[in-house]
Design a binder for this molecule. Structure first.
Ligand code: SAM
Ligand code: SF4
Length: 457
């Protein structure tokens, strides 16, 4: 490697999966002896880890990239990399659009960064987008948090939701072995991490590509089995998982979550639409009634469970009445949080070619109405915490008030309370909730709960 390449900067767009990929790529660059820089203008290597789920995410990448491509004319030793979903979608075309780029690499190639950069430093312009078997995570990631960590359990997605670009850019499902996942979690426990979120685009599909069938005819390795397998990892006190798919969500999984004390009673299960015809057009493979049955079942086992989801408004052909079915579902379920989006036509997806696209104005109006309802319902859900004692895992100080620390309840509500971050970081603290807002809480610390005594309320 040339001495000119010393500092690197990574900007990450998009989902938790991308954040986890960026942490692994940063780990590889650290191992190569490069220094991390928060400021892209001080870096010799700039990596944009990109998202293409909606058009605005993609356009943001081009605007960032344009600035750095100009800078490269004055600093020819600058190395420019685009990784992630835009890289996979555009491939070689990206080089035509931004010839200053040195490396274009799809998400499946994240663990190959050192090898690819070596080719770049040898003077090549490199495109790595061919489907490959993902190399096991052998590099120690540079994690953003010292308290909570992402652990990938399954890459890719085999679903074909008609709006979604993920299967095109992230490839088919590839599950990591339970042993590799447990080994990563054991390392995290030894390093002092308290919480792990297991990640997959469709995490309920975990293990269906791994060999082995049980005597009952089930896949030998399922998400439920994985939770039992990793549950006793020393030091890890909280386990979360995301994202769940209503089509594959099982009662066996719900029972495991109830039974295993470290598994947080928070479920992220996107429903996308509250209308059966829209769900059919989306090729989601379930009905609104099935979705409600899953939530009922979760609440039968765990009445206080937090439920979050994703929803899309303005899908092609969605009528006002169909949109109102989404509002009705939101009203009925009472989500703790809902990520909402206006439908964005994506290249290479079936729905993008349909003629019944809605105007931006209609989509914007529906999004506003949905968001309004979501905050009302989230505020109602938050009220149940008032006066309660919650266990909060302290992650950091409140950036707006340094006299306060912030962390999350077991149900994933962001919570602030007065405290000293030096003493509390990574600790689970009992907090009496005194204020409840739609998406956050404020409280007073009672006493520090001993780590390991975490219990579900
Ligand atoms: N696998 C998860 C599932 O099935 O729900 C979601 C993964 S996707 C990366 C995250 C969210 O982006 C989706 O739940 C969906 O709400 C949203 N999304 C995906 N494609 C979209 C599109 N074309 N327009 C608007 N939102 C979209
Ligand atoms: Fe996209 Fe559907 Fe796969 Fe989720 S399940 S990543 S929405 S194709």
């Amino acid at each position: 490697m040339t001495q000119l390449h010393r500092r690197y900067h990574i900007t990450t767009f998009g989902c938790q999966m991308n954040k986890a990929d960026s942490e692994r790529m940063a780990g590889i660059l650290d191992k190569m002896g490069l220094e991390h820089s928060d400021d892209p203008n001080c870096a010799d290597i700039i990596l944009y880890n990109t998202c293409t789920i909606r058009d605005n995410a993609e356009q943001k990448v081009y605007s960032y990239l344009g600035r750095q491509a100009k800078r490269k004319h004055e600093h020819p030793n600058l190395t420019l990399i685009v990784s992630g979903c835009v890289a996979q979608q555009e491939g070689e075309q990206l080089l035509r659009r931004v010839p200053e780029l040195d490396l274009v690499m799809g998400p499946q190639h994240a663990n190959r960064l050192e090898d690819l950069l070596t080719q770049v430093f040898d003077g090549n312009q490199v495109v790595a987008t061919e489907p490959i078997h993902i190399i096991e995570d052998i590099t120690k990631p540079r994690r953003d948090s010292a308290v909570t960590a992402w652990v990938n359990v399954i890459y890719g997605c085999n679903e074909r939701c008609t709006y979604c670009v993920v299967p095109n850019v992230r490839g088919t499902e590839q599950s990591r072995t339970p042993e590799a996942i447990r080994a990563e979690m054991e390392m995290l426990g030894e390093e002092g991490y308290t919480e792990v979120t297991l990640l997959g685009q469709n995490i309920d599909a975990y293990g269906r590509d791994l060999p082995g069938v049980t005597a009952e005819g089930r896949h030998q390795h399922t998400l439920t089995d994985l939770l039992y397998f990793v549950h006793d990892v020393p030091g890890i006190e909280r386990i979360r998982f995301a994202t769940s798919h209503p089509r594959y969500f099982t009662e066996r999984l719900i029972r495991a979550c109830k039974e295993l004390p470290k598994v947080c009673e928070h479920f992220h299960i996107p429903f996308q639409s509250g209308d059966n015809d829209v769900l059919k057009a989306m090729a989601r493979g379930y009905t609104q009634q099935k979705y409600c049955r899953i939530i009922d079942k979760i609440r039968t086992y765990m009445p206080d469970a937090s439920i979050s989801a994703d929803a899309i408004v303005g899908f092609p052909g969605e009528t006002e009445e169909q949109f109102e079915n989404t509002l009705k579902l939101v009203e009925e379920i009472g989500f703790d949080q809902l990520n909402t989006a206006a439908y964005s036509p994506r290249p290479g997806t079936p729905a993008a070619l349909w003629e019944n696209q809605l105007s931006e104005e209609v989509k914007r109006d529906r999004l506003q109405r949905l968001n309004h309802l979501v905050s009302i319902k989230a505020a109602e859900r938050s009220e149940r915490y008032l006066g309660r004692i919650e266990e909060v895992l302290v992650e950091d100080c409140n950036p707006k008030d340094p006299s306060q620390v912030m962390g999350r309840t077991q149900g994933n509500r962001l919570t602030f309370f007065a405290g000293d971050i030096e003493a509390l970081k990574g600790k689970i603290v009992k907090v009496k909730i005194t204020e409840a807002r739609a998406f956050s809480l404020t409280g007073e610390s009672l006493a520090m709960a001993a780590i390991g005594s975490s219990s579900k309320c």
